[in-house]
Design a binder for this molecule. Structure first.
Ligand SMILES: C[S@@+](CC[C@H](N)C(=O)[O-])C[C@H]1O[C@@H](n2cnc3c(N)ncnc32)[C@H](O)[C@@H]1O
Length: 241
């Protein structure tokens, strides 16, 4: 948090309109009705840099992209109280819901940011500044004309590698077989990341809140009998170590 803003204070409501001359997805971020002092920041046209979202005293920082109604954040903040979590969620109503859940649970080690996570990771998160990046059940955007909105496009390895500290992990879960294939192909083909199956097993065994689980969509898809694919990719240094 910046010195002159209390946790939960809304920092801005305008919308960043365009990137590279094109209308960006950021423009679609709707106004948010904020009740009371919730741990939520509306990015708007000029979102605060990452450092302004993190209170002092936290050694580790993790970001969840598309945190939805916040089930993962509520669990993760409990099992890792020394880590600060930022949930970046484009839908203001979901972000508000998640912030409410964090307050109800008495958590003070997380904040919701209403923004387009792809833009935020690109222009507000410094290089090598976060320990883990979580992306659970990202929208598959099934219509061909919306495919560019997928998080895991060809650019995703560079984006993840840019923000993760050396040896940091990108953690992903999806029920969508086609999108899982794209994720495995795009991330697996990059020299910047390496799949870490030992870490996948260890994190699944570690239980809820460590990675992958629980999320609202996971619960729904498990109940429907869908197969969930989970991936952990570790960053590789430029030298290949
Ligand atoms: C299918 S839901 C999954 C929510 C949650 N991770 C879960 O598993 O329950 C995808 C979420 O990602 C959000 N989202 C989609 N694109 C986004 C983006 N570019 N930046 C931030 N959030 C995004 C959507 O608003 C939605 O809440």
């Amino acid at each position: 948090m910046s010195a002159d803003s209390a946790p939960g204070e809304v920092l801005g409501r305008a919308h960043r309109m365009s990137v590279g001359g094109k209308l960006s997805f950021r423009k679609r971020v709707p106004p948010v009705e904020v009740r009371g002092k919730l741990p939520i920041v509306v990015g708007g046209d000029d979102p605060p840099p990452l450092a302004d979202l993190i209170p002092t005293g936290f050694g580790k920082v993790e970001i969840e992209v598309g945190s939805g109604k916040g089930a993962y954040l509520v669990a993760a903040t409990e099992v890792r109280p020394d880590t600060f979590f930022i949930g970046i969620e484009a839908a203001g109503s979901y972000a508000t819901f998640a912030a409410d859940r964090l307050v109800e649970a008495g958590r003070t080690n997380a904040v919701l940011l209403v923004d387009n996570a792809r833009l935020y990771l690109e222009d507000r998160v410094p290089e090598r500044s976060i320990d883990r990046l979580h992306v659970y059940f990202p929208d598959p955007w099934p219509k061909r004309r919306h495919r560019g909105r997928r998080f895991f496009t060809e650019d995703a390895p560079r984006l993840a590698h840019r923000v993760l500290r050396p040896g940091g992990h990108l953690l992903v879960a999806t029920d969508n077989p086609g999108y899982a294939g794209q994720i495995a192909r795009v991330l697996g083909a990059s020299p910047l990341l390496v799949r870490d199956e030992n870490e996948e097993r260890a994190l699944i065994e570690a239980g809820p809140g460590h990675a992958f689980s629980p999320t609202n969509f996971e619960r729904k898809y498990i109940a429907e009998g869908r197969i969930i694919r989970r991936f952990a990719f570790r960053t590789v240094s430029e030298a290949g170590a």
